[in-house]
Write a protein of this length. Sequence first.
Length: 64
Amino acid sequence: MHILIGLIIAFIVVALLSNRKTRHCCWREYRKEAGSRWRCVHCGHEIMGAQGQTPKRCLRSQEE
């Protein structure tokens, strides 16, 4: 019983603390000398950025 309650609380906390702007994105990094090219595996959008810093917003909503 305690395990079930703990799991429910954990899922609620993860849902509340996750970044909703990038929830549906799965970014893959392609490194270059000056920076990185980030590509979303789900929607295919690409964006340039700093190495190791995942984009903070989803570009999927711009195509709708």
